[in-house]
Design a protein. Structure first.
Length: 94
């Protein structure tokens, strides 16, 4: 099993923050809450880093759209939206 490590509370501006180190992978997560919505909404965006694709385009690829939708569907089933009423939860993965 690859070694892993969690670091919490590094970002002062985010409602929640976690840095995950899993083997050679480093994953940053930040949660920012926006109040004023009628219901809780979860928005997910997945973007590949420019150096990880052949042409380094800024255009969003079909693959990125599909991964974003899959991530959004998975997160909607796991996040307790009742704990964050009337909020927008934006998740960005790169």
């Amino acid at each position: 099993m690859r070694p892993f490590k969690f670091e919490l509370g590094i970002s002062k501006n985010a409602s929640g923050y976690c840095k995950v180190i899993w083997g050679k992978n480093i994953i940053y997560t930040c949660v920012y809450h926006t109040q004023g919505q009628d219901e809780t909404t979860i928005k997910c965006t997945y973007r590949m880093l420019p150096f990880s694709v052949e042409d380094g385009k800024d255009k969003i690829s079909r693959r990125e759209v599909e991964i974003s939708k899959a991530l959004e569907n998975a997160v909607e089933k796991t996040v307790l939206t009742c704990e964050h009423p009337n909020s927008v939860i934006n998740i960005t993965a790169t």
